[in-house]
Design a protein around this ligand. Sequence first.
Ligand code: NAG
Ligand code: NAG
Ligand code: NAG
Ligand code: NAG
Ligand code: NAG
Ligand code: NAG
Length: 567
Amino acid sequence: MLSPWLAPFRSGVTSLVLLSLCNYAMGRPFYMRWSDRTYGPDGPWNAVTIGVGKPGQQIDLYPGSTWESRVLLSSICSNDTISSTCYARDAGIFYPDSSSSFGNESISLGPNGEWGPGQFGAADAVGTTVEADRALIEVDLGGTLIPDVDFITISQGYQTYPGGKNYPLQVGILALGAPDINQTFSRYDSDPLNGTFIASYLWKYADVGIPSYSWGMHIGSAAHQIQGSLILGGYDKNRVIGDVSAQPYSGPHFPIELLDIGIGVADGESPWDGPGKSKLLAQGNSSLSSGITVKASPADPYLYLPESTCDALASELPVTYQPDYGLYFWDESDPRYLRIVTSPSYLDFTFNKDGVNTEKISIKVPFALLNLTLEAPLVEKSVRYFPCMRTTGTYALGRAFLQAAFMGVNYIDQDNGNWFLAQAPGPGYSVTARTTTITATDSTIAGSKNGWVETWANHWTPLSGSADKPENVNSGSDDRSDDRSDGLSTGAKTGIGIGCGIAGLVIIGLMVWALARRQRRKANIPAETKSADPPHPYRQVVPAQLSAHTPIYELASSSKEGPYEMR
Ligand SMILES: *[C@@H]1O[C@H](CO)[C@@H](O)[C@H](O)[C@H]1NC(C)=O
Ligand SMILES: *[C@@H]1O[C@H](CO)[C@@H](O)[C@H](O)[C@H]1NC(C)=O
Ligand SMILES: *[C@@H]1O[C@H](CO)[C@@H](O)[C@H](O)[C@H]1NC(C)=O
Ligand SMILES: *[C@@H]1O[C@H](CO)[C@@H](O)[C@H](O)[C@H]1NC(C)=O
Ligand SMILES: *[C@@H]1O[C@H](CO)[C@@H](O)[C@H](O)[C@H]1NC(C)=O
Ligand SMILES: *[C@@H]1O[C@H](CO)[C@@H](O)[C@H](O)[C@H]1NC(C)=O
């Protein structure tokens, strides 16, 4: 057993070596900047800020998509057929007239017309109809310029909810990459046009490079003050709790087998009759008992599941189905509502781990995160809703789920990589990032040993009873030592590198870091001071870190070359 002081060495040495090997040679992870504003109309959701065009127009977008980013054009505001208020203006609409990098020949490429459902995110339960064009637009990431980023610009459009009513589009989406380096459009008369992606460009072509064509993200929770984290070429290990499931992506999609959904309680008494329940995925529909394929979809808001599954979940909750929206509204006058959304109760998603049948991984989404709000223009007066949307189409887990989950991807050789899914922390997460490099050959990534319950402990209120006996889901006895290695990232980020790996090289490292370890252990609040309507002592969150890495060496180029075709 190592002394507590030495513990960071034990847990940190492996990652330090990994971090430092090739840190110099292959660039450093790049931080995307999160907006200090949050968006609806079904959130609140965090979004990232980028500059679009030249000079960059600040626009907030929901990140995590693939292939083309989608941006809403100013013309969407000059059409009051769908809504007299231009909701899209809040996050930013793009004015192509004031940008010199818009309007090149790519404008005449498709889709140039109406889209069917399913072309905004992976889900198709809410149809999107748009008039759109392709465009290659320069993107400004806080001074780092990415030329010719692959966009679809939307000049007119709306979304159609299950009740048949149309609503305006509000926030565009940011693609980070695709299983290709460029999207190439052939032309008869001249060279093919190459649309780039932010992460592939930073990896392959930028002077300031990232270590791999990859990203790691936790969108966090706007309502619960969990700042988003999005790192290109790496990830924040403090946003990854416990096991990571790594499985192949499929074209633009991030599919995984969902085996079951249950309800449970991490601490205290259960708001339900028993301690919890499982087998809700297939309840009332045995054809679902072997599981379903779901797609993780940061571009979509809800949990898109079979009707029978949404109804099985709803039968445990004080919610009412709303056919106009295909969603469920919380009944806030029911005493069970507060008991469920303020207590340590959660939805428990069980997936096939690593794409094999023999292993499972569980991601817990506290009901506190599922107290979301529908607001104008979807509804006249704001309501709390439970984000299960019935669908017979594509099953998907959108932002409602991803508030509680880490996801990432490494496009190894473009076609051969994996995407990653893991439990993310709650509002008591470590604000200090533990930046970890994803190398160009990593087919999986390592999680932290941080406990999950601890990151929620000060933000939910166990129902009275056995409040002093936490179940300690996902937490191990070595939580504390793992916490201590928070300081590692600081050291690593300031460039304490060891050098690149050469066989036989004796690595001599000198690590010096000051551990300003924050006391994150919760104060022991006596059970009787906990009320059913608790204060939410949300901690102040520091502003997002801006990218601050400097070029050191040329990028490694390990990707295949070859003709790239339009998808
Ligand atoms: C089109 O692209 C070329 C080459 O990048 C550039 O010189 C030109 O200004 C662009 N045209 C417009 C209208 O943006
Ligand atoms: C306004 O939007 C509606 C619905 O999207 C569309 O049918 C119509 O063509 C648009 N009008 C203009 C002037 O673009
Ligand atoms: C796009 O990339 C292809 C392949 O690398 C290259 O031949 C072509 O010249 C590029 N097109 C432009 C406009 O840069
Ligand atoms: C990708 O696009 C960039 C920018 O247009 C171009 O320089 C490069 O040759 C393209 N690469 C491939 C492999 O098409
Ligand atoms: C039952 O499951 C099947 C898939 O096996 C699905 O197509 C169907 O929509 C489900 N029925 C309901 C009512 O959800
Ligand atoms: C539910 O969400 C709303 C809107 O974010 C918030 O005002 C309210 O306090 C939340 N309720 C609970 C019990 O957390």
